[in-house]
Write a protein that binds this ligand. Sequence first.
Ligand SMILES: Nc1ncnc2c1ncn2[C@@H]1O[C@H](COP(=O)(O)OP(=O)(O)OP(=O)(O)O)[C@@H](O)[C@H]1O
Ligand SMILES: [Mg+2]
Length: 338
Amino acid sequence: MSTSTTTAISTRGLRKTYRKLNGRRSVAVGGLDLDVPIGGVHGFLGPNGAGKTTTIRMLLGLIRPDSGTMTLFGEDVPARLPQVVGRVGAIVEQPKFFPSFSGRKNLSLLARAIDAPPHLVDVVLEDVGLTDRAKDRYKGYSLGMKQRLAIAATLLKDPDLLIFDEPTNGLDPAGIREIRGTMRGLADRGKTVLVSSHILAEVEQVADTVSIIARGELIASGKVSDLIGAGATATTVRVGIVDSERAAQVLQARGWGVTREGAYLVVSGSVQPGHITRALADQGLYLDELVPIRADLESVFLELTAGRGPGTHAPGDRPDGPGAHALDSDSAQAGAAS
Ligand SMILES: Nc1ncnc2c1ncn2[C@@H]1O[C@H](COP(=O)(O)OP(=O)(O)OP(=O)(O)O)[C@@H](O)[C@H]1O
Ligand SMILES: [Mg+2]
């Protein structure tokens, strides 16, 4: 068992099954080992149904695991949850606010209910960027503002660890950016933020470290930069060249894969930039631009989860259009206890 206090969250062999209608049990979380370091934003990533919400609910003592151990700041939970719960703020269910009261009034009532110092209300409103709208009625808030008020409510406890289960569900890009900014700001002030998502691109920009799960198991974890560096997809370059027609022929003849992207060529295979430059120059073709295309977390994820059954995509099977970066096209609300 881990009693390390260098982790905000640690689980070992965490398992949760549910009985299905046919009497069999389905595995929601299947022996999960999760470590979330203290400090920074940690992305908890996986497709719909991967077990993110189930894991979070176990950590918060809302449901019981079948087996395995969990610690929050080194304290065993659920046994010592009462001792540690004050250090943890979470949004897993849509919090209830009074619709006709202002955001500020709602927070003031809450502060009184939990014995938080009243001056914190304005502090947390500022933290989430709601100061300007604090006196407006809750029912007139946009979805993003409601979500930010929910975050403000958890901040009233001044927790060391914040757990957000898919906080940007249903938000537009501006709303997503605001939440991201809020999470970053909290981490920069020394808090630990665990944010779950099935949308990798969204988390990639804000997370310092990530854990990726699929079908209730950990498949990768570490620094975002390391995981991306490990992706084989990094060996792709974009080439800008005037005579792209001829250049494409030359490169294809050398065995590289070449596709067009607007005025550019995208060259893949075992690409070394120097080799491309030389191959083209040998034919009197001089390139204007050569940019290595960095793999993103989504490509890494797709590689890692290839062939892991439904709920994952095979490499290359990248959805496009709206929701392009969703890992699963099922309703984003699927884990609606979120
Ligand atoms: N109360 C429940 N009863 C039966 N099965 C459940 C229950 N809660 C979750 N499951 C199942 O457990 C699995 C994991 O669900 P969970 O909600 O933890 O996934 P998730 O990673 O949060 O997905 P999402 O991205 O859709 O929120 C799913 O197959 C789900 O159907
Ligand atoms: Mg969920």
